[in-house]
Design a protein around this ligand. Sequence first.
Ligand code: 13P
Ligand code: SF4
Length: 301
Amino acid sequence: MDLVEKINFLKAKHQAVILAHNYTAPEIQDIADFVGDSLELSRKAAACHAPVIVFCGVRFMAETAKILSPDSIVILPNPHSGCPMADMADLQAVRKYKQEHPDTVFVAYVNTTAATKTAVDICCTSGNAEEVICSIPADKKILFLPDGNLGSNLVDKLGRKMELWPGFCPTHNRILPEAIRKARAGHPDAVVLVHPECLPAVVAEADHALSTGGMLKFVRESEQTQFIIGTETGILHRMKQENPAKLFYPLAPEPLCPNMKKITLEDLLFSLEDLSNRIELAPEVIVAARKPIERMLELGK
Ligand code: 13P
Ligand code: SF4
């Protein structure tokens, strides 16, 4: 049996479901049952009721799956796949801010740790952030955490004042406006799509700022045939597979998330062999962190 056959054999034995983020390596996306963005994966995790969920993404995503499916064994195949942005808003700092600003509504990007989610009011992803912000009464003060870029881009788009936590995604923060201008000069007919975790100056240079799921939908439905893609290049695998007649150009240098790329087929196999690398969360953390996630998911119904 080769590696893929062994994984599929163990997957069937444990009745496991494999979920993968759009940024994971092509071979991981190809073996997954479902590939998606953070919001789609949260919804899938909440609905799948599988005894074992293998989450190929970063830790906060697997934690979200565990919070929504506490009775499932949730596995993060490489325990070192973290998200540096999620680690920029730790629980103590968030609690301190809360004590100092008791009337503020805390909106947490889903890229936060399970511990931090226990102290916030509502979560959002880049796919539903506008809807979440608009659901908060206009007279309420808002703190948006941890992504200052996503927060700024929302303030610019919605005209709603918010306090912003000084966090950022190292992968998207490195993308500069010059990279967009250079790519446009090389491909003047291409539509430029960027992720809203990019700097506001980068979003200003782009045609659209969309979540990874939003980009895939846009490309699928667009009559345009050429696209410059300003996000982690793992997404190009699915874009090319789904749109063989269209052309995609990554930025130079190519944006890479080292943590998403840590997950290998070997990690998947080893984790499925002994169901190791499980996400373990205290029951009280699951209960408290579930509330802001459920509030977010309720909005989309
Ligand atoms: P999406 O929700 O757009 O998939 O983004 C998740 C993420 O981590 C982007 O860096
Ligand atoms: Fe975190 Fe950025 Fe990687 Fe997304 S791309 S998982 S925000 S480090």
